[in-house]
Design a protein around this ligand. Structure first.
Ligand SMILES: N[C@@H](CCC(=O)N[C@@H](CS)C(=O)NCC(=O)O)C(=O)O
Length: 222
């Protein structure tokens, strides 16, 4: 099997799905080249351009471009499959538990955020709601709160220092950006003390800290 010689991550500093993948790279101790794709309307909505659509037909970040030692290139999309691929190809340290039941539980937690919350807070979703005359911010907030309620309940019996056991998994890679986004939207996080304790432990790790939006080259920090 050819070996990857270069990773190029097409991503955006404040994209939660991008942050998941950046964190997984950090946990694996792997380096990647950072290509910024400005997904905001003010920044030109580069994800909607034809040149980017070739990389990701969904016109979203992230997209991970792989260059192999035989000169070929391939692209992966969707943050969860990208993280799973990283874990398959670079198994140490694992970012999924070894036990199949716990693996499924970690995946379920990741999906609570990936499919149960994040699509509702997407830029495209917000702009379509505004086009229909709605208040996208007010609309999305209950999804964020409900998602965190579900996540807290779903990890209650398996959490240790992290969401599943005592090692970071793909679930934590999803949780940390979601907590930050929820905070930015003014969601009351006080009821989620266990999740906040997990967040503190995660952010004490260099891999999680280095993946945070503020630390990225394209960050716009006011
Ligand atoms: N399920 C996808 C979600 C990707 C996604 O929605 N990315 C957002 C940023 S977090 C995006 O590119 N949004 C652009 C838009 O809404 O136009 C994944 O996990 O990769």
């Amino acid at each position: 099997m050819p070996t990857v010689t270069k990773f190029v991550l097409h991503n955006y500093w404040r994209s939660s799905a991008s942050q998941r993948v950046r964190t997984a790279f950090g946990l694996k101790g792997l380096e990647f080249e950072y290509v910024a794709v400005n997904i905001t309307a003010a920044g030109g909505a580069q994800q909607l351009e034809d040149a980017y659509r070739v990389r990701n037909p969904s016109r979203q970040v992230p997209a991970l471009e792989l260059t192999f030692d035989n000169g070929t290139t391939r692209t992966l999309t969707q943050s969860l499959p990208i993280m799973e691929w990283l874990d398959d190809v670079y198994p140490t340290p694992p970012i999924l538990p070894e036990d199949p039941y716990l693996r499924a539980r970690a995946r379920a937690l990741a999906e609570i955020i990936n499919s149960g919350v994040q699509p509702f807070q997407n830029l495209t979703t917000g702009s379509r709601i505004r086009e229909l005359g709605g208040d996208d911010k007010a609309w999305v907030k209950p999804f964020m709160t409900d998602g965190l309620i579900a996540y807290a309940a779903a990890c209650a019996d398996v959490a240790g220092d992290f969401s599943v056991g005592d090692h970071p998994t793909i679930a934590d890679c999803c949780l940390i950006p979601q907590l930050a986004t929820s905070r930015r939207y003014g969601i009351d996080l006080a009821p989620f003390q266990k999740l906040l304790a997990i967040e503190t432990r995660c952010l004490a790790l260099p891999s999680f800290a280095a993946a945070t939006p503020e630390r990225q080259v394209d960050a716009v920090v006011h």
